[in-house]
Write a protein that binds this ligand. Structure first.
Ligand SMILES: *[C@@H]1O[C@H](CO)[C@@H](O)[C@H](O)[C@H]1NC(C)=O
Ligand SMILES: *[C@@H]1O[C@H](CO)[C@@H](O)[C@H](O)[C@H]1NC(C)=O
Ligand SMILES: *[C@@H]1O[C@H](CO)[C@@H](O)[C@H](O)[C@H]1NC(C)=O
Ligand SMILES: *[C@@H]1O[C@H](CO)[C@@H](O)[C@H](O)[C@H]1NC(C)=O
Ligand SMILES: *[C@@H]1O[C@H](CO)[C@@H](O)[C@H](O)[C@H]1NC(C)=O
Ligand SMILES: *[C@@H]1O[C@H](CO)[C@@H](O)[C@H](O)[C@H]1NC(C)=O
Ligand SMILES: *[C@@H]1O[C@H](CO)[C@@H](O)[C@H](O)[C@H]1NC(C)=O
Ligand SMILES: *[C@@H]1O[C@H](CO)[C@@H](O)[C@H](O)[C@H]1NC(C)=O
Ligand SMILES: *[C@@H]1O[C@H](CO)[C@@H](O)[C@H](O)[C@H]1NC(C)=O
Ligand SMILES: *[C@@H]1O[C@H](CO)[C@@H](O)[C@H](O)[C@H]1NC(C)=O
Length: 442
């Protein structure tokens, strides 16, 4: 009975599988079971490329697991993030060893589920938004999310650096274990029997195989995966491997929340700054648009791309462009980064003028640089179809829509088109800013 009280307390206060565990080194009973709770095996190098180690910046120690959703978003448990600020934590990817040659990424923002309830451990899910996008490799890859609700008896794999016995030490090598899901009723019954129960919500998912196997402290926030798709986020359980089910936040219950919050972040970060007024107006200079060059494009995003500038009328050059996307939906994903360079001392030098925006917002919402002319000739829309060819023609810039007070000179603007995180295409446009009729006093 004493031990049950301890367990109950542990579950309520520390039952979630996060570290540090300094005050949890209480012996629970004296069962002669094997304390090797994860009961897992060493993961071979690169076999869990989506696994991250979430660490405490001050000490550098591993605290929780997590999974890569895309280059800027990491999924973890809310209890791994609660009470921390972004600078208190960092993310390490790309190594199966805690002391290995992983890459460290700093955190821009921590997002805890708005209905996270720590006293009953409900909605234990959170997102980490990274400051810089991750560089993908063989050992750094995102995991897909399972959107369908999965039932009992499904084979799943859990990975993590959680302690391999309780109390115990973190393993250096990433561990993994094959587990099986059980129904929520069975899960709740198992805890009810121990009179140490927390409710099992339908937004949760449980696994159980046998005594001596399961999640433990340090595994929290980590991924449970079935058939290559993440189905759960390690949340809580009775520490550890005592034959009690492990409880996970059920990914399929949170896909909308995840989508909504990571998209919101992405937009804020890149092109959703509504306070920024893209609607420039200037009438103090003219632009002599000379030519445009297609520098490069990614053949797995565009199967073909041609750009041509030509003399449109006496004063103005125009651009024709033809391309075949291998992706859909420019609306959500295509971002343009425009960086200006000014010609000086025989070369184009970085000029402090840079914009990042969503292509479709820029064209249709803000009419940035007069881009709306895209619609006047050709068949470009934001909802492109995979494999079809699109044409933009007779596209001229609207000079009045450029930022005011740009110094006279020759310029090059580099336009980098980003699809999700990959560079799709780079164009360079050349021209001059001229003030033929200035009578300004100095
Ligand atoms: C693991 O794989 C990475 C990338 O493939 C490699 O750089 C590293 O040396 C490997 N480590 C071990 C222990 O094999
Ligand atoms: C990492 O830790 C393991 C086990 O503790 C040790 O054998 C190995 O030498 C360490 N490697 C590095 C690079 O520190
Ligand atoms: C957490 O859930 C418990 C039980 O449903 C409830 O009594 C409590 O008010 C909740 N706490 C918060 C902060 O919502
Ligand atoms: C876990 O399951 C996978 C796929 O079914 C299998 O390839 C692997 O050998 C299993 N590992 C262990 C340690 O049982
Ligand atoms: C990152 O992943 C989330 C969840 O799948 C998605 O909603 C979001 O749009 C993605 N962001 C980027 C930049 O791809
Ligand atoms: C091209 O895009 C694909 C798919 O988005 C990506 O995997 C690849 O790394 C990119 N290649 C280059 C050279 O950027
Ligand atoms: C040339 O075309 C541009 C863009 O349509 C227009 O603004 C400009 O007035 C034209 N110039 C002449 C001389 O027709
Ligand atoms: C595009 O410009 C060419 C001249 O360069 C002209 O012949 C053609 O009619 C224009 N097309 C449209 C749709 O404006
Ligand atoms: C767009 O126009 C080009 C050239 O006129 C044509 O070849 C292409 O089939 C059109 N694409 C669509 C999706 O209508
Ligand atoms: C640009 O495209 C338009 C419309 O398809 C076409 O009439 C014109 O000849 C093209 N101009 C050049 C220089 O390719």
């Amino acid at each position: 009975m004493t031990s049950l009280v301890v367990i109950f307390t542990l579950i309520i206060t520390k039952g979630s599988y996060s570290l540090p565990t300094s005050d949890t080194q209480t012996e629970i009973g004296s069962n002669n079971i094997n304390w090797r709770i994860v009961g897992g095996s060493d993961a071979s190098n690169g076999s869990f490329p989506y696994q991250v180690s979430l660490r405490i910046t001050r000490t550098g120690s591993h605290n929780c697991g997590g999974s890569i959703l895309n280059s800027t978003v990491v999924l973890t448990a809310a209890h791994c993030l609660a009470s921390y600020r972004p600078a208190d934590l960092h993310v390490v990817v790309g190594s199966d060893r805690l002391n290995g040659s992983g890459t460290t990424y700093q955190i821009k923002q921590l997002i805890i589920h708005n209905l996270y309830n720590s006293s009953v451990i409900k909605n234990d899910i959170g997102l980490i938004i990274l400051k810089e996008p991750l560089r993908y490799s063989n050992s750094v890859r995102p995991v897909e999310l399972e959107t369908r609700q999965i039932g009992a008896g499904v084979n799943v794999v859990l990975s993590g650096w959680g302690i391999t016995s309780f109390p115990g030490q973190l393993p250096n090598n990433l561990q993994y274990i094959n587990l099986t899901t059980i129904s929520n009723d069975e899960c709740e019954a198992a805890y009810r029997e121990a009179r140490a129960s927390l409710p099992i919500y339908k937004e949760e998912l449980c696994t159980l195989t046998r005594r001596g196997e399961g999640a433990c402290k340090g595994d929290s926030g980590g991924p449970l995966v079935a058939n290559g798709k993440q189905v759960g986020v390690v949340s809580w359980g009775r520490p550890c491997g005592l034959g009690f089910p492990d409880v996970f936040s059920r990914v399929s219950s949170y896909v909308d929340w995840i989508k909504q919050h990571s998209e919101a972040e992405f937009r804020k970060q890149n092109h959703g700054d509504k306070s920024f007024n893209f609607n420039f107006f200037q009438n103090d200079y003219n632009i002599d648009f000379e030519r445009v060059e297609l520098i490069r494009y990614n053949k797995s995003i565009l199967s073909s791309c041609q750009v041509r500038a030509f003399k449109y009328n006496r004063t103005c050059a125009a651009v024709n462009m033809t391309f075949t996307p291998l992706i859909r939906d420019f609306e959500k994903l295509e971002v343009i980064i425009v960086q200006a360079y000014r010609f000086a001392s025989n070369e184009y030098r970085l000029f402090p003028l840079r914009f990042e925006f969503n292509l479709c917002d820029a064209v249709f919402k803000y009419n940035m640089f007069g881009f709306k002319d895209f619609k006047n000739c050709g068949n470009f829309t934001c909802n492109v179809d995979k494999g079809k060819t699109y044409h933009i023609c007779n596209w001229t810039i609207d000079q009045s829509k450029f930022p005011p007070l740009i110094p006279t000179g020759r310029y090059m603007a580099e336009l980098q088109y980003i699809y999700i995180t990959e560079e799709a295409m780079v164009l360079r446009a050349y021209g001059g800013v001229v003030r033929p009729f200035v009578f300004k006093e100095h």
